[in-house]
Design a protein around this ligand. Structure first.
Ligand SMILES: [Zn+2]
Length: 208
């Protein structure tokens, strides 16, 4: 009997978190608003010399990489990027296209802004910007490529959290039905392809 109870308690304690079990926790940060304008032009999320040339970003980590941070063993749902040649110490993050801010969630080194976009074919999709030091927008705000959403951590500020947060974790999403938790609870390729585009492929196609 005691053994059974022990097994039961262990299961509760060490249960693997899933998107389905965690999503309700993040729903309160979501606002269901429609983008006023269609996303017909796409740009790099930084103030660089040419926001249409992907050569102006430096990729630190690719889509689909294995991750042991936050929740061990999850798959990297984004690309981690920085401007190739930052114009200033404080790197601003800009919306990639017309859209509306639909979620601002998490805190400290994981702060995230999500923008909902409407494509010319009527389809809805999302861009998500993570590891933001300061945020300048809020839910329901209509944005375009000139809207400064936030700024990144400086290498100095990043040190407080172990030094690995002075970059933009950029997700291009097909869905936001997980309200954000799929960013750390995606464990296989099926889940990855269900919700996320490969940002490098997406940019190759649309940022030009
Ligand atoms: Zn990342």
């Amino acid at each position: 009997m005691k053994t059974l109870l022990f097994i039961f308690l262990s299961m509760l304690l060490f249960e693997t978190p899933t998107i389905e079990k965690d999503r309700d926790r993040w729903k309160p940060y979501y606002t269901n608003v429609a983008p006023a304008k269609t996303a017909d032009q796409w740009f790099l999320p930084f103030d660089v010399a040419n926001r249409k040339k992907t050569i102006n970003i430096k990729i630190i980590s690719i889509f689909g990489d294995h991750r042991d941070s936050y929740v061990k063993g999850h798959i990297h749902t984004a690309i981690d990027i920085n401007p190739a040649q930052p114009k200033s110490k404080l790197v601003g993050v800009y919306a990639m296209a017309n859209g509306v801010v639909c979620s601002v969630h998490l805190g400290e080194n994981q702060r995230t802004v999500v923008v909902k976009h409407k494509l010319p074919n009527g389809q809805t999709m999302f861009t998500s910007y993570k590891h933001l030091k300061e945020i300048y927008v809020s839910n329901g705000q209509q944005v375009d490529q000139n809207t400064k959403l936030a700024r990144l951590f400086t290498p100095q500020e990043s040190k407080k959290y172990g030094g690995d947060y002075h970059h933009l974790h950029l997700e291009i999403r097909k869905k936001f039905d997980d309200y954000g938790c799929a960013s750390w609870l995606t464990f296989n390729k099926l889940q990855l392809n269900e919700r996320f585009y490969n940002p490098q492929k997406f940019m190759k196609e649309y940022v030009k």
